[in-house]
Design a protein around this ligand. Sequence first.
Ligand SMILES: Nc1ncnc2c1ncn2[C@@H]1O[C@H](COP(=O)(O)OP(=O)(O)OP(=O)(O)O)[C@@H](O)[C@H]1O
Ligand SMILES: [Mg+2]
Length: 164
Amino acid sequence: MEPNAAFHYTGDIVGSALRRARKILADHTVDVDVPGDLPMVRVDPVLFEQVLFNLLDNAAKYAPEGSTIRVRAESNGERVLIKIADEGPGIPQGDLERVFDTFYRVRKGDHVRAGTGLGLSICRGFVEAMGGTIAAENRTDHSGAVFTISLPLLPNAPNLKDMK
Ligand SMILES: Nc1ncnc2c1ncn2[C@@H]1O[C@H](COP(=O)(O)OP(=O)(O)OP(=O)(O)O)[C@@H](O)[C@H]1O
Ligand SMILES: [Mg+2]
């Protein structure tokens, strides 16, 4: 796959994914913290929006109604990290890596939350095609899963601060 990558503001990409996911997020509180002065990231906006959408879809599906889904972005100088954290049951420790496998679902018999088990393998495929990584963890401050997308900062990335 040759992604159609270009520089984008993290906030713009997150904003459009949130708009697209508005209906499925209606029963949750969404807490967004994406600083406007983050360096731009080089991503394919269509693929990246699909990645965020799949993660938001999971958070909405696996965490109870009324709970809070946190979307945070930060830069550590070398990478931009985008984290989606929920207040659901989290993921069994032994499944944290396997959830990215094609068709892998933790709760096999759960027909209420019907899914194909493809969402996260698509996320990993797209993120890696854009030069990034994606990993799952459990929260330490609360029950729930955290998915972290990490994108490399390119030396020539435009930065809003430099344009002022
Ligand atoms: N936020 C989450 N909290 C708890 N479990 C999760 C979460 N996200 C994913 N999982 C677990 O990982 C499995 C794989 O997720 P994935 O998105 O690939 O598939 P799916 O949601 O079952 O189906 P699809 O996304 O294809 O509709 C899920 O079935 C679920 O067991
Ligand atoms: Mg899913």
